[in-house]
Write a protein that binds this ligand. Structure first.
Ligand SMILES: CC(C)(COP(=O)(O)OP(=O)(O)OC[C@H]1O[C@@H](n2cnc3c(N)ncnc32)[C@H](O)[C@@H]1OP(=O)(O)O)[C@@H](O)C(=O)NCCC(=O)NCCS
Length: 216
C-alpha cells in the first residue's frame, strides 16, 4: 500500500455523513442460497466493533482458506485507517443475520480520484460466503454499490476505479467494469466504472431485489 499520510479537503467529512444518510434511505437485501430467502441487510460505515467481528469470526477461518488472494488483508487495520483519516478513506460494512457479511474499503480523495472517481481499494465477502459453503449471494454486489453510492455522494457521478486481484477480474467484468490499458505498479489489471455503466449496474441490482428506496 502507498503512503496514506496526506490529509485534505475537510468538506469530505460532511460528504461522508451525507453518504451515510443516503444509505439510510435505502433497504438492502441479500439472498440465503440454501432456500433462496431474501434477508434484509444493514449497510453502514464500519465501526471498531466490526474490526473485532472480523478478527473473531473471519480470521480464524482463513487457515483452511489461505488460497484466497485476500487472506492477508487486515480489516481491523483498514477500519482504523478509515476512522483516523476520514477525509481520505472510507470503510463500509454489510451485516445480516447478526453476522458481518462483507467489508468495503475506499479511497475517496487523492491519487486518481479526481480523474477516475472513487478508488475501490478492497472488498471482501465473509469466508462462509465463498466456496464450498456459499451461504449468501449479493454481499460483494452490494458492497460494489456502496462504492458507487459514495461516488455519487462525493460528486463523481458513479465513477469508480480499482486494481483487480486476478481471481476477481471476472466478477468486475460481469458487473460492467471496463479494463484500462496497462496494469498498475503491482502488475494488477485496472478496471473502471463510468457513469452510464454504474447506473445500469445499480438499476440491475435494484431490479434483482438487492435494494429498494426506503419509505422512511
Ligand atoms: C469478489 C467478491 C467480493 C464477490 O463477493 P460475493 O459476495 O461472492 O459476490 P456476489 O454474491 O454479490 O456475487 C454476484 C455474482 O458474481 C459471482 N461471483 C462472485 N465472485 C466472483 C468471482 N471472483 N469471479 C466471477 N464471478 C464471481 C457470484 O457467483 C454471483 O453469481 P451468481 O448470482 O450467478 O451466483 C468475493 O468473491 C471475495 O471476497 N473475493 C475475495 C476478495 C477479492 O477478490 N476481492 C476483490 C478484490 S479486487
Amino acid at each position: 500500500m502507498r503512503s496514506w499520510t496526506k490529509v485534505t479537503q475537510p468538506w469530505l467529512v460532511t460528504v461522508d455523513r451525507r453518504s451515510l444518510d443516503l444509505m439510510r434511505k435505502r433497504r438492502h437485501f441479500i439472498v440465503r442460497r440454501r432456500d433462496e430467502l431474501q434477508i434484509e441487510a444493514e449497510l453502514r460505515p464500519s465501526t471498531r466493533e466490526d474490526g473485532l467481528r472480523w478478527a473473531r469470526d473471519w480470521a480464524p477461518r482463513w487457515p483452511a482458506a489461505m488460497a484466497y488472494e485476500d487472506a492477508h488483508w487486515d480489516w481491523a487495520e483498514l477500519i482504523e485507517l478509515a476512522l483516523a483519516l476520514p477525509l481520505r478513506f472510507a470503510c463500509y460494512s454489510l451485516l445480516a443475520d447478526r453476522r458481518l457479511q462483507g467489508l468495503r474499503f475506499l479511497e475517496v480523495s487523492e491519487d486518481e480520484v479526481h480523474l477516475y472517481g472513487t478508488h475501490a481499494l478492497r472488498v471482501s465477502t465473509a469466508p462462509w460466503n465463498r466456496a464450498p459453503e456459499l451461504a449468501y449471494r449479493g454481499v460483494g454486489s452490494l458492497l460494489v454499490a456502496a462504492g458507487l453510492w459514495r461516488s455519487h455522494a462525493d460528486g463523481h457521478g458513479g465513477q469508480m476505479h480499482c486494481s483487480s486481484l486476478p481471481g476477481a477480474e471476472r466478477f468486475h467484468r460481469r458487473n460492467g467494469m471496463v479494463r484500462f490499458d496497462g496494469v498498475d505498479e503491482e502488475g494488477l489489471a485496472r478496471y473502471r466504472f463510468m457513469t452510464g455503466r454504474s447506473q445500469i449496474y445499480l438499476e440491475r441490482l435494484r431490479r434483482d431485489g438487492y435494494w429498494e428506496e426506503s419509505e422512511s
